[in-house]
Design a protein around this ligand. Sequence first.
Ligand code: FAD
Length: 456
Amino acid sequence: TPSIVWFRDDLRVGDHPALHAAVERGEPIVAVHVLDEESAGVRPLGGAAKWWLHHSLASLADDLSDRGVRLVLRRGPAGRVIRSLVDETGAGAVFWNRRYGGAEREVDADLKSGLADAGLEVRSFGASLLFEPWTIRTGSGTPFSVFTPFWKACLAADEPRHPLPAPRELDGFGGPYGRGGPAGDHLDDWGLLPTHPDWAGGLRETWEPGERAAHRRLHAFLEEDLAEYAAGRDRLDRQSTSRLSPHLRWGEISPHAIWHATRERAAGTEGARKFLAEVGWREFAWHVLFHFPDLATRNWRSEFDAFPWPRLHPSALTAWERGRTGVPVVDAAMRELWHTGSMHNRARMVTASFLTKNLLIDWRRGEQWFWDTLVDADHASNPFGWQWVAGSGADAAPYFRVFNPELQREKFDPDGRYVGRWVPELDDDGYPEPIVDLRETRAAALAAYERVKASK
Ligand code: FAD
């Protein structure tokens, strides 16, 4: 009886514990990916994410096909789709790597118990996080709410396992599920790519999705940029960060591969320590989501429910989205996002602070825009980042920071190269005045925050 390997946010063949287990089981393999926009609570993908998914699936399909297995594509509620694939193929086992979002966990748990009751071997594996969320706890057994002690506890835990090798050859299940068989959809028919208009030109210029590209990116970063990472990572005008986030988002590379390659190359250096701590922020965001599944919709700090968001001025939101606020570093960053599907971490903090503190627009609006436009938008890091900046999130002692965009620009883009690239009209008379007064709006945000403090 064949083994089904269900590929989800782990679009790779190397360091893939579920695929590895299927190989060890020694029966023919059916590989499947399901586009699920229907299961209850599952968040539909944003536009930039769909673009990435298309290319990542094409790349995975090639890598599997080179090894003798076809990637079957199906669309629908995942539980139903997998059950019918089991019926069609007579599979005796279903393997997958774990997901940690609330809705996804429900789908998986349901399916797992149903299939196990029917006598199938169903196994799930840890593959996307270095540390399983239920293993990292405070001394009193609760989840951490602050990063520094969280990461300390992670570093004191067992070291993450070494990555598993990619299988060289696979035994594919035949018939309609084999190479060229009809038992699935065509990727092109899923409509994941934009057509009219085709807004993805900047994404194509900037990114190369897929597992091989992810590993090339990692090695180029380790070779060329890691040494400068600690000092240069905040600079907007340099590309000294890894740019691995979309590859990690789609699981084209595992954090285990990143961890060990970094340690082998540069253990003990400041660059390695700092870089792995950033990978640790990703872990933290996912652990927070695991314990608080409503992270994208509810304030992590419930006292923040008292924050009086004023009535939304849609034109202010649109100005922010389009990079037309009259604040140069904000506009540069929002245009970079629109064009490339990405934004530097510091710029994410500055633009999120501007939206929530200077425009007083609810963080959920900004989170949704990022969700739709970022190629790395994920269920944890995006809402986590937004809540952290808004002040409603997991952070040390309630702390209400308002970034000053002008100071940030002086500090992190001292020669004006970043802003000059994205806002070339800045030197002309045509560039508008800021749509809000930074000082006044900052004072208004602080006054609004008093309401949160008073409600405690
Ligand atoms: P590097 O500096 O090279 O870091 C290496 C890896 O560590 C990254 O690829 C990423 O996986 C992880 N990482 C680094 N910083 C963070 C962080 N602050 N939080 C979580 N993980 C981190 N990151 C996403 O992957 N997806 C998102 O949807 C996302 N939304 C964000 C929204 C806001 C408002 C903010 C402030 C941050 C957000 N981040 C998000 C975190 C961070 O901005 C990006 O991970 C980072 O810019 C990616 O660039 P890099 O790969 O070059 O990072």
